[in-house]
Design a protein around this ligand. Structure first.
Ligand code: HEC
Ligand code: HEC
Length: 322
């Protein structure tokens, strides 16, 4: 009897293992991958990076910090169509979120920086963004009551521009949003998504959105022309330099209007959308995608279900709670 019970149990164990493998196996073939819950970060660097991220000393006139444009509590962007520069003048492009940005294969809409550290170098010295110089920042930070000792505790050479980038980079790398309901679903929890959200995901795949928005960041893994099927810019008019996208980096005709496919993980919070900030709601952005990237019509309910799926991509982060 005892033996039979054991055998009976082990049949269930085998059954459970096989069905688990089946579920995991099926999900493993999905074109979107879950975000890892754990990432390795150096806590001291992260804390210093967080302090720098919020510090207006990084700007030429001490008015603007990274956080001024990348408000973490509201999704890591500024909620504007285009950014406002340090002089108060309107910028030429929409501010993307800083959350999960390290998972993008390149930084900026046109991919002109390969790493977050390169991006910070450009941002800090650009006249419209922070308008600073590294020697200027280094000398301001040396006058601060705690920066000198904080830097010294981590970096033997103290406050140095490469260490500022390194600490800020570490903080940016820590800004991930794992455990979205969609990730839970990918990891095998079938109840994590509603029926409509599951349909939204199926439609996202069957209409071909996933051919561009894929991988761990549901985007951020390739460049594609904006207006792949219909000419978005002819339709909108008034073409600016920022609209040229990747062309500004390579000067190749084939790169005109080519942009990094943006991640959709934070899209639930980062309205307005598109590099020109012209799409006010997620639904507007989805309409634009259907018209110009796919050249297809779709019923309203399909588009609404896709929007529901995109909203279920929003994960968790303590930095996200205001
Ligand atoms: C004045 C507003 C402003 C400030 C200040 C600012 N940013 Fe940005 N940030 C932007 C805009 C706009 C872009 C997109 C620019 C582009 O693609 O050409 C951007 C892009 C980024 C990206 C790339 C995201 C991606 O997906 O490509 C990261 C990361 C980033 N900023 C981090 C920072 C950090 C760190 C600081 C502080 C050192 C900072 N930003 C300061 C407006 C700002
Ligand atoms: C051919 C590649 C391609 C396809 C297919 C595609 N997209 Fe996009 N998507 C892009 C690019 C490139 C952008 C950035 C456009 C720009 O420059 O503003 C974008 C932007 C977006 C945005 C705005 C994100 C933001 O933060 O501004 C959303 C939302 C979006 N796509 C959803 C979808 C959906 C839903 C579908 C399917 C109906 C889809 N995309 C199909 C390439 C694609």
């Amino acid at each position: 009897m005892h033996e039979r019970r054991i055998r009976f149990r082990s049949i269930w164990v085998v059954f459970a293992a096989v069905s688990f493998a089946f579920v995991v196996g099926v999900r493993a073939e999905e074109p979107i991958k879950p975000l890892l819950e754990e990432i390795e970060v150096n806590t001291k660097k992260l804390m210093l990076g967080r302090m720098l991220f919020h510090d207006p000393r990084l700007s030429k006139n001490n008015t603007t910090s990274c956080h001024s444009c990348h408000n973490l509590g509201s999704g890591g962007d500024d909620g504007r169509e285009t950014f406002i520069g340090i002089g108060g003048e309107p910028g030429d492009i929409n501010t993307p979120t800083v959350f999960n940005s390290d998972f993008n294969f390149k930084q900026f809409w046109d991919g002109r920086a390969n790493t977050v550290e390169d991006l910070i170098n450009t941002h800090v010295q650009s006249p419209t963004y922070l308008g600073s110089s590294w020697p200027g920042i280094v000398s301001k930070l040396y006058q601060h009551e705690s920066y000198p000792s904080r830097f010294k505790a981590i970096y033997p050479d103290g406050i140095h521009h490469k260490n500022i980038r390194n600490a800020l980079g570490e903080f940016i790398r820590s800004l991930t949003t794992p455990n979205s309901r969609f990730d839970q679903y990918l990891e095998g929890d079938d109840t994590a998504l509603s029926t409509l959200e599951k349909r939204g995901y199926a439609l996202f795949k069957s209409y071909g959105c996933v051919s561009c928005h894929q991988g761990v960041n549901v985007g951020g893994s390739m460049f594609r022309v904006f207006g792949a099927v219909n000419d978005y810019f002819k339709n909108r008019g008034n073409i600016t330099d920022a609209d040229l996208g990747r062309y500004n980096v390579t000067r190749k005709a084939a790169d005109r209007h080519v942009f990094k496919v943006p991640s959709l993980r934070m899209a639930a919070l980062t309205q307005p959308y598109l590099h020109d900030g012209s799409a006010t709601t997620l639904r507007d952005a989805v309409d634009v995608m259907f018209e110009f990237q796919l050249g297809r019509e779709a019923p309203d309910e399909d588009k609404e279900e896709i929007v529901l799926f995109i909203k279920a991509l929003l994960g968790e982060s303590t930095d996200l709670s205001p």
